[in-house]
Ligand binder design. Structure first.
Ligand SMILES: [Zn+2]
Length: 461
């Protein structure tokens, strides 16, 4: 697709996608939970005005399709709901893969200089376009995204997501201390800019706002209060931030907040816990902290490639799930601390992190997490993450024989769908994404050579 095309007439008319349909109907209880998903060997999804209106076996549906309905047919591919990334940073898409630091030094050395460039709206727009291209190439159709401190970074992101029809939950970062002036706002300007963004973009089409204090280190008391005021004033926004990622950070937080019982307690005192609150990382938490996340219904967002890359630590999924009320978990790339835009790569690294914890992460649990599970974490399961009627026609078409290694592995496949999914998550990446549909429209076609050349030409501009 030409990503510079004018805003498309988004959803006119019917379209259909045919192939091997796979989607979850509930959370799987672990390996072998066959009741958690629906699989149709030769299925058809009919999309009308951007939303799924019919799903079933192709044999019974093809004959009744309207004569002008285009059918995209992928006979050997798995078709799933588009992936959902619960935590990614727009201003870090070009400083991904920066060498040799852990969190606090990495912010200082690489992140803040990269984020300062987003004062330039042209730079912000170029990178927003790149980010959404890359998400679609990876089969991701919904993302929860941090901007930079500059209002124009969020403007660029919302503008591009709206034009491309993607579901985007995003916000401008709020930070008023402990960083260079070029990436600081004030409590008042962060409130004013966030509010202006909410009034302009929140609930426009598929866009939603997330109030975005970066983390407690970079926000003053007054700014945390401003975040709370916004969160109260607009009660259907989300909140995104970071929590207990790195031991150096945890020690710094302890010194900055001597009155706090622990890290979670700080967000708690500012009254920012709850089901709409997404906390990135959540690694070094004690029983009290886990208890408060559980009681409040807050969401813990696991970012495995980032946690490994920055040497932050190993997320403890079982401990989250063992709470009296299991903590809602999300999974995310956290680019640029994270090292891949692909939720398949992210699921593979999650599996390895949990192996180091002596925990299992079955293919069913992983694929559920990056589709329906992340939708549930956002409270958006009636719109995204499944193939239920009424959901948006956001789809990823997956080629489980995309590379020689995958094809060779699949030649020894015994036909069990769960094994195929495990090959996909372990060996797959953007090469395994044959196509991506957003609201029923083709948004990425891996095999369209013209498309690739066009994208490369755009990036040279
Ligand atoms: Zn992050």
């Amino acid at each position: 697709m030409d990503s510079r095309a004018p805003r498309a007439p988004q959803n006119k008319g019917m379209s259909a996608v045919r192939g091997r349909l796979f989607a979850f109907v509930r959370e799987p209880m672990g390996h072998g939970d066959g009741g958690s998903y629906r699989y149709i060997e030769d299925g058809l999804i009919l999309i009308d005005e951007g939303k799924i209106c019919t799903v079933g076996p192709a044999a019974t549906l093809v004959a009744s399709l309207p004569s002008d309905c285009a059918v995209a047919h992928y006979p050997d591919c798995l078709i799933m709901p588009g992936f959902i990334d619960l935590h990614i940073h727009l201003p870090q898409v070009q400083m991904i893969a920066s060498f040799g630091a852990q969190l606090l030094d990495w912010l200082e050395t690489y992140v803040f200089p990269a984020e300062a460039k987003f004062a330039d709206p042209v730079h912000a727009a170029t990178n927003a376009r790149f980010l959404i291209d890359e998400l679609f190439r990876s089969g991701t159709t919904t993302a929860v995204t941090f901007g930079s401190v500059h209002r124009q970074s969020a403007e660029a992101l919302f503008e591009e997501a709206d034009r491309r029809g993607a579901c985007m939950i995003a916000g401008k970062v709020m930070m008023d201390r402990s960083a260079p002036d070029s990436v600081l706002d004030t409590a008042q300007t962060s409130y004013d800019d966030s509010k202006a963004l909410i009034e302009r973009w929140h609930r426009r089409g598929r866009l939603r706002y997330a109030v975005t204090p970066r983390f407690v280190v970079t926000s003053s008391d007054a700014q945390m209060a401003a975040a709370k005021a916004l969160f109260d004033e607009f009660p259907d926004t989300h909140l995104q931030t970071h929590l207990s990622e790195n031991l150096g950070e945890v020690a710094l937080v302890k010194s900055l907040y001597p009155w706090a019982r622990d890290y979670v307690d700080i967000y708690d005192r500012y009254d920012l816990l709850g089901p709409r609150s997404l906390f990135g990382h959540c690694i070094h938490l004690d029983d009290n902290e886990l208890g408060r996340l559980s009681e409040s219904g807050s969401v813990a967002v696991f970012c495995p490639t980032s946690n490994l890359f920055l040497g932050s630590g190993l997320f403890n999924r079982s401990r989250m799930k063992e709470q009296a009320t299991p903590i809602t978990i999300g999974l995310a790339t956290d680019v640029g601390g994270g090292t891949s835009f692909s939720m398949l790569r992210t699921a593979a690294e999650a599996y390895k992190v949990l192996q180091l914890r002596g925990q299992n992460f079955s293919a069913l649990e992983a694929m559920h997490q990056i589709t329906r599970g992340n939708a549930v974490a956002l409270g958006l399961q009636s719109e995204i993450g499944s193939l239920d009627l009424g959901c948006y026609g956001d789809l990823v078409v997956l080629d489980t024989r995309a590379t020689p290694a995958m094809a060779h592995r699949m030649a020894a496949w015994d036909g069990a769908i769960e094994d195929e999914l495990f090959v996909l998550m372990t060996l797959g990446d953007d090469r395994a994404v044959r196509a991506t549909f957003v609201q029923g429209r083709l948004a990425h076609d891996r095999d369209d050579r013209n498309n690739i050349r066009r994208e490369q030409a755009e990036m040279r501009i």
